[in-house]
Design a binder for this molecule. Structure first.
Ligand SMILES: NC(=O)c1ccc[n+]([C@@H]2O[C@H](COP(=O)([O-])OP(=O)(O)OC[C@H]3O[C@@H](n4cnc5c(N)ncnc54)[C@H](OP(=O)(O)O)[C@@H]3O)[C@@H](O)[C@H]2O)c1
Length: 283
């Protein structure tokens, strides 16, 4: 008898990560992507209805309030989506016995350290966005018994706006740029992250994960690599965070150790430069 296909539901299906995940091909899985109109996670009844309708074995919760600077001025909205929305989904997932995978962020850390954060390090978010994402983590942990939290960083990909696309656009408009050199992190290609999440939710290896492309760089080094790999000429001047103030504080050192990936026997995400190259070739 043919085995019954399982269903994986994806929230925020119109976002840069969501759009990537819903394009994954796996003949054993039915992927259902729901955008904000189809499933607004701030509405508990919509969460329940989605779970009742599709009966997913797992939900990848990629929908979020992601406007980091804007969140400083509208904390209620950020918490409503990232904290309460995640709570609603956790309630609905529990009622439907579905696993729930919440995509979180390196912004849950203060970035004041000088060694990679592992999954069990204390969090200390500094921005409204980071605090609201951490609140979502805590609600999920207390409400669900089948949860994954996957913290990622510096996400870019084919869909939506991101740093790589901004750099490529600027290359058409000017020949000199200033980019921050004192924030260190790890870029993450949506394709690599999507595939990792997709594989993860098929397992029962619940818990917290850090998933970014392997290796680290500053934004300045990332920008330099983008122009080198795409063969574009650009003079880039390094600057400090203080010279480029933003409403929301950024973690200065947000490198994450991928201990849970190693300990659970998963494959680490490829080195960031390799993935950047693959992305640019495809673009
Ligand atoms: N981008 C990064 O650098 C980064 C870094 C670390 C972690 N993350 C996390 O990674 C995940 C994916 O991020 P992303 O880059 O794909 O963000 P994104 O492109 O901004 O996508 C987020 C999606 O969530 C949707 N959304 C907003 N409010 C919602 C609601 N109430 N109900 C359902 N969906 C809602 C948005 O819908 P609309 O299109 O209608 O606005 C958008 O399509 C998020 O959890 C984010 O916190 C991102």
């Amino acid at each position: 008898m043919p085995s019954k296909k399982s269903t994986i539901l994806v929230t925020g299906a119109n976002g840069q990560l969501g759009q990537e995940i819903i394009r994954i091909n796996d003949e054993d899985v039915t992927l259902v992507g729901l955008d904000r109109k189809q499933l607004d996670v701030t509405d508990l009844s919509m969460c329940r209805k989605a779970v009742e309708t599709y009966r997913p074995s797992a939900i990848i919760h990629a929908g979020a309030y992601t406007a980091v600077d804007k969140a400083e001025g509208e904390p209620d909205e950020a918490y409503k989506v990232n904290a309460l929305g995640t709570r609603n989904l956790a309630i609905a997932a529990r009622e439907g016995s579905a696993k729930l995978c919440y995509v979180s962020t390196d912004y849950v850390f203060d970035g004041a350290g000088d060694r990679p954060y592992n999954e069990y390090d204390n969090t200390n978010p500094q921005s409204v966005y980071g605090k609201s994402k951490r609140a979502g983590e805590a609600l999920l942990q207390s409400l669900s018994d089948k949860w994954f939290i996957v913290r990622t960083s510096w996400v870019y990909g084919k869909y939506g706006n991101n740093f790589v696309k901004t750099m490529l656009k600027l290359a058409q408009e000017r020949d000199e740029l200033t980019v921050v050199h004192d924030q260190i992190g790890s870029p993450t290609y949506t394709r690599d992250l999507g595939l990792f999440l997709f594989g993860l939710v098929k397992t029962e290896a619940y818990g917290i994960y850090h998933a970014s492309n392997a290796g680290t760089c500053s934004w300045y080094e990332f920008a330099t690599a983008i122009f080198e790999e795409s063969g574009k000429q650009m003079k880039i001047n390094p600057c400090t965070t203080d010279e480029f103030p933003r409403p929301a504080p950024r973690p200065q050192y947000s490198v994450m150790d991928h201990a849970a990936i190693r300990q659970n026997g998963f494959q680490d995400l490829p080195p960031w430069r390799e993935s950047l190259r693959a992305f640019l070739q495809e673009l």
